[in-house]
Ligand binder design. Structure first.
Ligand code: NAD
Length: 539
């Protein structure tokens, strides 16, 4: 076999996976024929990282930093990931929520160079041929969206590609998935966003969305194309409109290696937060009542997993559902209501119709979870009502980005007189309250999906089961230390994320082997296989 020739000269400098810039050693400079093409000083990777960090911080606004980081990822992949891993608390909010929300809104205006794939409605009948253009075959994770419900921001059409790109960067940084094994995909089926349809900079198909059978057939052709070309790939559905999200998940979950992060990933992270909160509130999980504001994919996904988890504690399905209450824009979800979607039906209670605040007073939930995309919906009265009903109320304001959070961390601590156990979807800075300092937890799906993906890759499971999310939630809750709880945190610090992902991956893989969803038996060296696989951005 011919030894592969190394990339040389500008080809090497322009290859993000090879390029080390000024950190190329003398030997590497010779090997890649770079002598004379770089400034002479050979810089250590530590100094290089420090310079990069300084440059990133010089950029004043977050969108500028996003653009800077995007360019870095395209120029020097390892340096980019080293920056993300070593400074995760600072960098993650720039490459993911909240900044990614604004970046998606402005994507067409910020556009420099493509990343990922665009499969459009015009490719119908030829989707496999288009997928074949991707240069790698060994794909392990695909994150795919159709851009119709990006975070809490609605239909952003092809601009939504920023979400799969961001999520896959987190797969690499947080669970060590190999960058070249990740594929971000935008299913561009048009957009109903009138502003974009009139924007000359917009880069997607300038047509309204296809829907119904045309849409379902299009997605099916895409799924079959993926199965054919990338048979080992895990497909993560991301930011689809709720009815489509449920349709696709229910259609493919037992047939294809896939999950929906908005439904199942959110559920895993919320359940973990609830488990951890019981170590502060001293309540028993199986005795808890939980109320949701918002009855869409995130809230219902959480309820479905909670229902399953409560049954594992000995409750019947009916008893478990009695603990879970929904309020949406029309009020309490009750049997007498008309026009609710199928995913709401299991949670329609035999109860009189009530507004939100009356429902809290009457039902007295221990946990309140907001997944509305509607800011300021947890107002003073809401937080006060939760504090009257509970010694330590637990409140999750999950809506993203930060501007959509149901309340801020400061409001939650302030209005509850410091009693609240609080977590949000997007990050909030620590809050000083009297002589106490609280660190709000971030109920970010990043605590769950990278570990699930890593476990699935290593075990080569054929499907992702509900039990895997339950297991992931239990493992995540166990990683919260007493010191974290004392600060008010119900999630471990982000800088432990690679360890968290490893532990989740191990538990998920064990589960897959035990459940016989894998192609082969559990290997003796499972732990070291996971560790050895994990991508290390150092050089
Ligand atoms: P969705 O559109 O499916 O559901 C939104 C729900 O909120 C609907 O039931 C709607 O009726 C209800 N709603 C809207 N405004 C309301 C109001 N003023 N009062 C009461 N109910 C109201 O959306 P989704 O996928 O469920 O996502 C909702 C939010 O959750 C988004 O902002 C998303 O970013 C966030 N989310 C957060 C996480 C996380 O932090 N881990 C994960 C997933 C989704």
């Amino acid at each position: 076999m011919n030894k592969k020739e190394p990339l040389t000269g500008f080809m090497a400098l322009n290859s993000a996976s090879i390029n080390k810039g000024t950190a190329f050693t003398a030997e590497e400079r010779k090997h890649h024929k770079l002598r004379g093409l770089l400034p002479p000083k050979i810089v250590s990777s530590e100094v290089q990282l420090e310079r990069t960090l300084k440059n990133m911080r010089r950029t004043q606004d977050d969108i500028g930093k996003y653009v800077f980081l995007t360019a870095l990822q395209a120029r020097n992949e390892k340096l980019f990931y080293k920056l993300v891993v070593n400074h995760i608390e600072e960098v993650m909010p720039l490459i993911y929520t909240p900044t990614v929300g604004q970046a998606c809104k402005e994507y067409a205006h910020l556009f420099r160079r493509p990343r990922g794939m665009y499969i459009t409605a015009e490719d119908k009948g030829e989707i496999k041929e288009v997928l074949e253009n991707w240069p790698y075959r060994d794909i392990k994770v695909i994150v795919v969206t159709d851009g119709e419900r990006i975070l809490g921001l609605g239909d952003l059409g092809a601009n939504g590609i920023g979400i799969p790109i961001g999520k896959l960067a987190l797969y690499v940084a947080c669970a060590g998935i190999e960058p070249h094994q990740c594929l971000p995909i935008m299913l561009d089926v048009g957009t109903n966003n009138v502003e974009y349809l009139h924007d000359p900079f917009y880069l997607g198909l300038s047509q309204n969305r296809i829907s119904g059978d045309a849409y379902n057939d299009f997605v099916d052709e895409f799924i079959q194309g993926v199965k054919n070309l990338f048979p080992d790939a895990l497909i993560q559905f991301e930011d689809f409109l709720t009815p489509n999200a449920y349709y696709l998940l229910n259609k493919y979950r037992n047939e294809v290696l896939c999950f929906n992060d908005d439904i199942q990933g959110t559920a895993g992270v919320a359940l973990a937060g609830i488990y951890a909160s019981t170590r502060i509130s001293k309540l028993k999980f199986k005795d808890m009542k939980i109320m949701f504001l918002g009855a869409g994919s995130a809230a219902t996904g959480i309820a479905d997993l909670l229902c399953y988890a409560l049954q594992q504690e000995g409750l019947s399905e009916d008893e478990a559902r009695q603990r879970l209450w929904f309020v949406d824009i029309e009020g309490l979800v009750v049997k007498s209501r008309k026009g609710l979607l199928p995913h709401n039906e299991p949670y329609m209670h035999d109860h009189e119709q009530l507004g939100f605040i009356d429902a809290i007073h009457e039902i007295k939930p221990n946990v309140l979870i907001g997944a509305t995309g509607a800011p300021n919906t947890f107002n003073h009265d809401v937080v006060e009502a939760m504090s009257e009903a509970n010694e330590r109320p637990t409140i999750f304001a999950l809506s993203n980005p930060t501007s959509r959070a149901e309340c801020t961390a400061m409001e939650a601590y302030d209005w509850s007189q410091g009693k609240v156990i609080f977590a949000s979807g997007s990050p909030f800075a620590p809050v000083d309250f009297g002589d106490q300092k609280f660190t709000p937890g971030q109920g970010n799906n990043v605590y769950i999906f990278p570990g699930i993906g890593l476990g699935a890759i290593i075990s080569e499971t054929s499907i992702i089961t509900e039990d895997m999310f339950l297991t992931a939630a239990q493992v995540l809750a166990e990683q919260v230390s007493q010191e974290d709880l004392d600060k008010g945190m119900i999630y471990p610090p982000l800088n432990t994320i690679r360890e968290v992902s490893y532990n989740i991956a191990l538990a998920v893989a064990e589960h897959a082997y035990a459940g016989k969803t894998t192609k082969s038996e559990r290997p003796e060296d499972l732990e070291s296989r996971i560790k050895d696989y994990m991508y290390d951005p150092s050089y």
